[in-house]
Design a protein. Structure first.
Length: 133
């Protein structure tokens, strides 16, 4: 069998301790790969309802994470509003369409986040840029 990731790490670093995801002790603060991975995860979380708050509060220093989390927050509020209007008798057909569009936009945001692209969502991106968060 081939050499495992842990074997290579032991040779490279001299120890086999597996760092925690929250522990950046094994990473240099300027390690661009580590920062890119954190930004990628934050970008994905930004478009998942409720989870958009995590990068918004935890990664204020990362421009990519802030960009996606602000858009995700606006999108989440639109989705929440649409769900509230799904109560029978309140134009449920219109709001079902809004939810489908919002979920599709969330998926697009996740894809752009994974690709590391900063695509400003129509209307939502303008509102998110004006937010003072």
């Amino acid at each position: 069998m081939g050499e495992s990731f842990f074997d290579r790490e032991e040779k490279k670093t001299g120890h086999t301790e597996i760092p925690s995801l929250d522990d950046s002790a094994g990473q240099k603060s300027g390690d661009s790969t580590f920062d890119k991975d954190r930004a990628l995860i934050a970008s994905v979380l930004s478009y998942i309802p409720f989870l958009c708050l995590i990068p918004l509060l935890q990664m204020r220093d990362n421009e990519q994470a802030r960009f996606h989390s602000r858009q995700g927050l606006i999108l989440f509020l639109i989705e929440l509003l649409a769900v509230l209007f799904l109560i029978p008798g309140l134009s449920s057909m219109i709001w079902k369409t809004v939810i489908i569009l919002a979920l599709g936009t969330s998926v697009a945001g996740i894809i752009f986040g994974i690709q590391g692209k900063k695509y400003k969502l129509p209307l939502i991106g303008d509102i998110a840029e004006k937010m003072k968060l």
